[in-house]
Design a protein around this ligand. Structure first.
Ligand code: CMP
Length: 152
């Protein structure tokens, strides 16, 4: 299968708990490359747009409040089956159901405070990546190589 991209968000709860490194390490250990990354704080308008498919659901208002309560780290991951692979690394959404060894099993403390987000389909991955990153801010590995080290 060809390489695929997905959008990952490390949420405010995980940043507050100092587990960003642990999350990124799990991502890289699963064979996914981080090819774009930034820390930002979402406005209510941005969070509302990003999660517009959940508008009207009973958890929506709190979801927006939580996602704007502190900074998030947004990143583009690339690899084979990146969408499915990253969802496996994250674990199930609902609190208490995440599989052993997953990010959410380790770091989620409720349905809302679940440490990470990942795109759930190729269409959403394209939409979500475009929401945060113009193509020029994404660095796929095939676009560069290390220079030769003259001292090696
Ligand atoms: P995420 O992958 O970011 O996509 C939507 C988010 O809504 C989800 O992770 C959860 O954080 C949140 N969410 C989904 N279901 C519930 C729920 N029943 N109660 C509270 N938050 C939820």
């Amino acid at each position: 299968m060809a390489k695929e991209r997905t959008l990952s968000i490390i949420k405010p709860d995980a940043i507050l708990k100092n587990v960003v490194g642990d999350i990124q390490s799990r991502i890289e250990s699963a064979g996914l490359s981080i090819i774009a990354v930034k820390m930002t704080r979402l406005s209510k308008k941005q969070a509302g747009l990003f999660y517009e498919m959940h508008k009207g659901k009973d958890f929506y208002e709190y979801l927006i409040k939580f996602m704007t309560s502190g900074p998030v780290i947004v990143q583009v991951l690339e690899g084979e089956n990146a969408i499915r692979n990253y969802r496996k690394v994250m674990g199930a959404t609902m609190f208490g159901t995440a599989e052993k060894g997953t990010i959410r099993e380790k770091h989620a403390t409720s349905n809302a405070h679940n440490a990470v987000h990942g795109s759930d389909s190729p269409e959403n991955a394209i939409r979500e990546i475009g929401f945060f990153f113009p193509e020029r801010q994404i660095y796929p590995k095939e676009n560069y190589k290390l220079s030769h080290d003259p001292n090696a």
